[in-house]
Every structure is written in C-alpha cells, then in structure tokens.
Write a protein that binds this ligand. Structure first.
Ligand code: SF4
Length: 113
C-alpha cells in the first residue's frame, strides 16, 4: 500500500507491506511516519468535522474531540443529523458525549451567542 505521510510538510512517500505478521513501513524519514504508516495500514483514524442545527436559526460547526476509525465516519455523521442545539453554544461545549461509545465527544468549534 502506498501513501503520503501527512504529519509534516515533507510529505514522505510511504510504502507499507505485511511481511508475515509484521507491518513494514519504508520511505519514512522519522518515527512519526513509521507510526502513521502502521496506523493507516491497520486501523486508519480520522477527526470528523460537521455542522449541527441551532434551534434559533443557523448551524454551528462541530468536530470529534479525537480521532475515530475511518470506517465509523458515516455512523458518526448519522448521529448528528437530528441534533438541534440551543444558543448559547461556546467553543468546546460537548454536543454528544462519547459518541457511539467510541471514546470521543462531539464538541462545538464555534461560538453561537
Ligand atoms: S515521515 Fe516524518 S519527515 Fe516524513 S512526512 Fe512523515 S513526519 Fe514528516
């Protein structure tokens, strides 16, 4: 599997292979690239960003407080479809605690006062 490391502007081109039971990463310049390559190969994770409705009008931007498995992104977005929050909303307010039991919260990333 080929991929670009996104951890710094160097953008090293990684190649990740399975050698028996061992995940082997080549093309990385540093340990962060090694960890990134292994994670992407075994269980790719992403931060999810989206919008939720505000009852008084408009929307507020939100994100997960940490990364979730890439395979769960659409399940997380489904949870946000019917959420309506009331003003005031402040940056960092928890909109959904422990979404889908994934160990991360949905938090506001914008103030709506
Ligand atoms: S492997 Fe290291 S140096 Fe290369 S892009 Fe990733 S973080 Fe940057």
């Amino acid at each position: 599997m080929k991929m670009t490391c996104i951890n710094c502007p160097m953008g090293c081109q990684l190649e990740v292979k399975l050698n028996g039971k061992e995940v082997v990463v080549t093309g990385n310049t540093c340990a962060r690239g090694l960890a990134y390559g292994k994670q992407e190969f075994l269980l790719p994770m992403r931060t999810v960003t989206s919008l939720v409705k505000v009852r008084q009008g408009g929307v507020v931007s939100v994100k997960t407080s940490g990364q979730v498995p890439k395979s769960k992104i659409f399940d997380v977005l489904d949870q946000l479809k019917n959420i309506v929050v009331d003003k005031p909303v402040k940056i960092g307010d928890v909109i959904i605690k422990d979404v889908l039991g994934l160990g991360v919260d949905i938090v506001a990333t914008k103030n709506m006062i």
